[in-house]
Design a protein around this ligand. Structure first.
Ligand SMILES: [Fe+2]
Length: 111
């Protein structure tokens, strides 16, 4: 169920700070799960198990995105930080062209 903006507005500021702490902890857990699944995928030979674990790993990536977006909805400073790509110098950024400059696992491996 989507967590509506009205529900967020109804919480007190101190309660929202507590919720943000929990969400950041949840985010860490999701990221650790991705790494754990990846290690297992890399060390299991059975293709069926690898495929299933890869599917689960990708679900965890969706959870990272969901929690990240939820944090950004609640935390205005975090939302502002997400709005800009901080991974490259401003002089290297091409206005309106973020796709070609974004490093990915594939681009770092020459793919
Ligand atoms: Fe998850």
């Amino acid at each position: 169920m989507p967590y509506g903006q009205s529900a967020i507005a109804a919480k007190s500021a101190s309660k929202l700070e507590e919720v943000l702490i929990w969400l950041r902890e949840d985010l860490m857990g999701e990221l650790e799960a991705i790494n754990q699944y990846q290690v297992h995928i890399d060390n299991i030979d059975d293709p069926e198990i690898k495929d299933l674990l890869a599917h689960i790993r990708d679900d965890e990536k969706e959870h990272v995105a969901e929690i990240t977006h939820l944090i950004a909805r609640i935390d205005a400073i975090q939302r502002e930080k997400f709005a800009e790509d901080h991974t490259m110098a401003a002089s290297e950024r091409i206005a309106g062209d973020t796709e070609s400059k974004v490093l990915t696992v594939g681009s770092m491996m020459g793919k």
